[in-house]
Design a protein around this ligand. Structure first.
Ligand SMILES: [Zn+2]
Length: 426
């Protein structure tokens, strides 16, 4: 009896050990990919290249097979980048990049001191005042006051958006650039183009108002033919007539100047950690079907890596039984959201049923179509797919605060378990 209890204890401890090893593995992937050494996995200081190399090494360790003798599927893309100086002074006060301001992702370089023309929403909506202000703004920066959209009608908001875009981007406008003052959260992006004039979003509370003088020293670099890559590997399954495809994008926004990087822990180091954890799992427990693992590049600048893959597929797209795209997998306090859930109701019911049966996540929420991540490129080619992201918890997103130190991976283990069960039953 004693021996049996001992054995049971030992087995329990062992299963706990295996589980904790998995979460430790996921944590180490997130902290490595979101570390300063990875440069935000973008287009400054080889960030995307470094991340792809790291994932390639993990694929090798796990023992994934290669297509065409290479884990990399190479492509080129244009992209705008900010590799150098990123200095912004408002009324003589130096601002902190990422915290106090963001540069519009398509901005060109800008250098020098500028006087300003300040516009309120009322000025913008008044045709005569706007025309006069635009004439006065030649060689100056237009500063648009922050406003609360809820104070304006739907039509006014639509006009404001359209006119602000005109001010920012239209070639006829002779201003030197624009500044949008904001009280809201700063959320950055990426661009495959470079605009004619620079534009910035500045936090209102970071500077004394009104903004009367602006000074910039900003280096932008447009890369017309940047070389990047998807990382692709596969495992053979019991059956080879269909394929399961699991994907997560590894790129993020990179750097805004030489000192400020966007870690992208939740978006999407966490999804890559899920992808790699699943690859490890299925390298031991043989999957039912051939299973392809893809870490996509250049998602943030317009689903570029995924688009390249569907146009140059390494597998027969018509044989894909199902594709799962993992993005933002680091929380889950409020469950997970299933994009395309209502398109593939039977698969949604299967997933949701397993979750209830096993008492895993708080909720599996259904959602319709959304072209908001890499799955969309496959969805447009009629490949059945879900895009899954976690809900609740920390809200850092596309900002300097999306760090591994504060990403809890709260429900990662239960989410992982749900996926392993679901994938074997698809
Ligand atoms: Zn993402």
């Amino acid at each position: 009896m004693k021996v049996k209890i001992g054995l049971l204890l030992c087995l329990l401890l062992l299963s706990d050990f295996v589980r904790s090893q998995d979460i430790e593995y996921a944590k180490s992937i997130v902290s490595t990919l979101a570390s300063p050494e990875m440069k935000g996995r973008g287009y400054v200081q080889n960030g995307d290249q470094l991340a792809a190399q790291f994932i390639k090494t993990e694929f090798e360790k796990i023992g994934l097979k290669k297509f065409k003798n290479d884990y990399f599927q190479k492509y080129t893309t244009s992209v705008n980048s900010f590799p150098g100086q990123m200095k912004v002074l408002v009324n003589g006060n130096l601002l902190i990049p990422g915290k106090d301001f963001l540069i519009d992702d398509g901005s060109p370089s800008v250098s020098g001191k500028f006087s300003t023309v300040n516009l309120s929403p009322a000025d913008i909506l008044n045709r005569d005042r706007l025309i006069k202000s635009l004439k006065d703004s030649k060689g100056k920066f237009i500063v648009i006051e922050s406003y609360d959209a809820t104070n304006y009608s739907k039509e006014e908001n639509e006009s404001l958006t359209e006119l602000i875009n005109y001010i920012k981007y239209h070639p006829d406008n002779l201003s030197a650039g624009s500044v949008i003052l904001s009280k809201g959260k700063l959320t950055w992006g990426g661009s495959t183009e470079q605009n004619k004039r620079p534009s910035f979003t500045i936090k209102v509370d970071s500077s004394a108002l009104p903004v009367s003088e602006l000074e910039f020293k900003v280096d932008a670099l447009f890369l017309p033919k940047h070389k990047s890559q998807n990382v692709v590997g596969y495992l053979e399954g019991e059956r080879t007539d269909s394929t399961i495809v699991l994907v997560a994008h590894y790129d993020h926004l990179g750097m805004m100047g030489s000192d400020t990087y966007f870690p992208g822990a939740n978006d999407n180091a966490s999804g890559v950690a899920m992808l790699l954890s699943l690859a490890r799992h299925f390298s031991v427990e043989k999957p039912r079907f051939n299973t392809v693992f893809i870490a996509f590049g250049s998602e943030e600048i317009g689903l570029i890596g995924a688009k390249y893959f569907v146009e140059n597929p390494l597998i027969d797209l018509t044989k894909i039984k199902f594709l799962l795209n993992f993005d933002i997998s680091g929380t889950g306090d409020d469950g997970i959201q299933i994009v395309n859930g209502s398109v593939y109701q039977d698969k949604f019911d299967l997933l949701s049923g397993i979750n209830t049966e096993q008492s895993l996540l708080k909720e599996v929420k259904i959602r319709g179509e959304a072209c908001n991540s890499d799955h969309c490129m496959f969805h447009l080619k009629k490949v059945p797919c879900f895009f899954i992201y976690t809900l609740g918890g920390i809200q850092a997103y596309h900002d300097i605060y999306d760090k591994s130190e504060t990403l809890p991976l709260t429900e990662f283990e239960d989410y992982f378990k749900l996926l392993t069960l679901f994938i074997q039953k698809i």
